[in-house]
Write a protein that binds this ligand. Structure first.
Ligand code: HEM
Length: 322
């Protein structure tokens, strides 16, 4: 059998490639001869993926809760995949950075718009039962969510709003900022002011790793990369707008949708349901209370003032009517 020029070209290129690394082309051709065809199920590790749902009860809607958390974690992983590349890149154009930021925006948009799977997609009575078998686990313990925040902005923006301005005015170590990070407020037992078990377990597993991540992101976070682009280019390319959208997506749109879901399941007048993490979630979760803003200088004073307000107020009004 003789081969056409195209095949011969490829064989020659392959021979050069393998020779350069001290390998023999013929051995690799043997490998091709004996290798099985790749299948969809092997490539996607489908059997493993579909075996990762292990409910703690036999209540029918619990698998929905597990799978949607897993889907969310995969979207978080997609976002981190982009943030990692941004962190590693030293020289880039506004367009390159814009493409990356738009990808993350698309992921968060998909998450926000699919949250109805949680909000409306489980039977409330079933949820209120199976959640009791999950104590003290909570989405609060999602380390990927925290890594996204640390890769998106300077650490100071994640400090609790009570201390942020004071810390800004002086030299502050990463450790001190970490000890006063906003999310600790979501995991303190109100009566005793002690850390909840949810938080203690989370810190035990992730604190060191998160500190290493935070150190790495000090210079390499998205905000610092954004500052490398000139103001004209930021505006012309649409990058500035995309950064504002990212801020809204991560700090308002997704948290509001999440909060709305917590309200749907846990808010029941006259006495609200306690969260499985043991926190005062009504005070903690709404973005207007947290006022988490990655990029404060991209917003006007009025926009700061209004952060996350309108929507939450509408939810609270709905609640008052119940
Ligand atoms: C019925 C569905 C859900 C309810 C009722 C709910 C409820 C809550 C509550 C009450 C908290 C406050 C912390 C605590 O006390 O546990 C919380 C935090 C959190 N949950 Fe959920 N959640 C739901 C779904 C999800 C999903 C699908 C995810 C995806 C990973 C998620 C991720 C988070 C995160 C990241 C936090 C921390 C938020 C922050 O620190 O601002 N939750 N959730």
């Amino acid at each position: 059998m003789s081969f056409n020029q195209d095949v011969n070209d490829r064989l020659e290129k392959l021979a050069v490639k393998y020779k350069a690394s001290g390998q023999e082309l013929v051995d690799f051709l043997d490998g091709l001869l004996y290798a099985d065809y790749l299948t969809y199920w092997d490539y996607t590790h489908l059997d493993t993926l579909l075996s990762l749902q292990t409910p703690r009860t036999s209540i029918k809607d619990e698998p929905i809760f597990i799978m949607y958390h897993q889907i969310t974690e995969l979207y978080f992983k997609l976002s981190l995949h982009e943030l990692e590349q941004i962190a590693e890149e030293k020289e880039f154009t506004a367009q390159w950075l814009l493409n990356k930021v738009e990808r993350i925006n698309r992921y968060f948009d998909a998450l926000t718009h699919s949250f109805g799977v949680m909000e409306k997609g489980m039977d409330r009575e079933q949820f209120l039962k199976f959640r009791m078998a999950l104590i003290p686990a909570s989405g609060f313990q999602s380390a990927q969510y925290r890594r996204i925040e640390m890769a998106a902005t300077n650490f100071i923006e994640l400090v609790d709003k009570e201390y942020k301005e004071e810390f800004r005015s002086r030299e502050t170590s990463l450790e001190e900022m970490f000890d006063n990070i906003y999310w600790k407020n979501g995991a303190i037992v109100e009566k005793t002011q002690e850390k909840t078990l949810t938080l203690r377990q989370f810190e035990l597993k992730y604190k060191d790793e998160l500190m290493r991540w935070a150190k790495r992101m000090t210079e390499a976070n998205l905000w610092n990369k954004y500052l490398q682009i000139s103001e004209d280019e930021r505006i012309e390319s649409g990058l500035k707008n995309a950064m504002r959208n990212l801020d809204l997506n991560v700090n308002v749109n997704w948290p509001l949708q999440h909060y709305r879901t917590a309200v749907a399941y846990l808010a029941m007048r006259p006495s609200d349901k306690a969260a499985t993490g043991g926190t005062n979630w009504q005070k903690y979760l709404p973005p207007r209370f947290q006022k988490r803003i990655f990029y404060p200088s991209l917003w006007t004073d009025a926009e700061h003032e209004e952060w996350g307000k309108a929507w939450v107020e509408s939810v609270l009004n709905e609640l008052k009517k119940k």
